[in-house]
Design a protein around this ligand. Structure first.
Ligand code: ZN
Length: 246
């Protein structure tokens, strides 16, 4: 079984469309690590696609915030105003779907899925030290997560935790074999709002038969997504940051 693993779509339809065009035929099942909505201007089309095509999705913090499940006081003003806008524009059907999404971790076919970390869906695992603690909470040797919008993740090689760097800006993909002696928490990167310095949409494909993970980056219509953000009256910084991937 080959899995398309996507995360942090953030209502960016242009980015999702590019990922789907590029990954077509490369996977059997699509799964999602959360944050379908929030920030971008297309919450309903993005949510419609996930609802129809992803049999397994865990919720993210923006999914909770944008559907009235969370108090917004902990969000910064930009994220808060995007969450309020999304709440006003999300269809009832999509709102109900998002509110019913499971909190990670979820175990599927021998690997785990969560949004932030295995013990807290809102935890940001940015440095190897944070990931080192988190490995102790894993219930499988392999997990996929999101939340940081940074492609890569972490390997525990029995003695230490190492950081996996995102795909080089000069490459479209990089592959890695999963060593059964090690443990992995892998971040496909963000489809809709990359923050690792590369504005290209990010995703990965995991082949469960060959135990190989391939990280991908794909150029998409950034200006189209930006124009929609401006037209929607969302904070302009949400459009600006897409161009730089920060
Ligand atoms: Zn996110």
């Amino acid at each position: 079984m080959r899995y398309l693993i996507i995360s942090d779509l953030h209502a960016n339809l242009e980015a999702l469309d590019a990922v789907l065009a590029e990954s077509a035929g490369q996977y059997d099942k699509a799964i999602c690590c959360g944050d379908l909505v929030g920030y971008g201007a297309d919450p309903n089309p993005v949510c419609d696609w996930v609802r129809t095509n992803c049999p397994l999705v865990v919720r993210g913090n923006h999914d909770r915030a944008s559907t009235g499940m969370d108090d917004l006081e902990w969000f910064n003003p930009v994220a808060r105003s995007a969450a309020v806008w999304t709440l006003e524009h999300l269809s009832r059907e999509n709102g109900d779907y998002i509110r019913a999404l499971p909190r990670g971790p979820v175990l599927i076919d021998g690997f785990q899925l969560f949004h932030g970390s295995p013990y807290d869906e809102d935890e940001y695992m940015i440095a190897a030290a944070e990931a080192g603690q988190a490995f102790g909470y894993m219930e499988a040797r392999l997990a996929f997560f999101g939340h940081t919008h940074v492609q890569g993740g972490f390997i525990w090689n029995q003695s230490r935790v190492e950081t996996i760097l995102r795909t080089s800006i000069n490459d479209a993909s990089q592959s890695m074999d999963i060593d059964p002696e090690c443990a992995y928490m892998l971040n496909p990167g963000s489809v809709g709002q990359p923050r690792d310095g590369d504005p290209r949409a990010a995703y990965c494909v995991y082949d469960g038969d060959t135990h190989r993970v391939t990280y991908h980056r794909v150029v998409y219509n950034v200006s189209g997504a930006q124009q929609k953000i401006h037209a929607a009256g969302l904070p302009p910084i949400l459009a600006d940051r897409l161009a730089v991937g920060r």
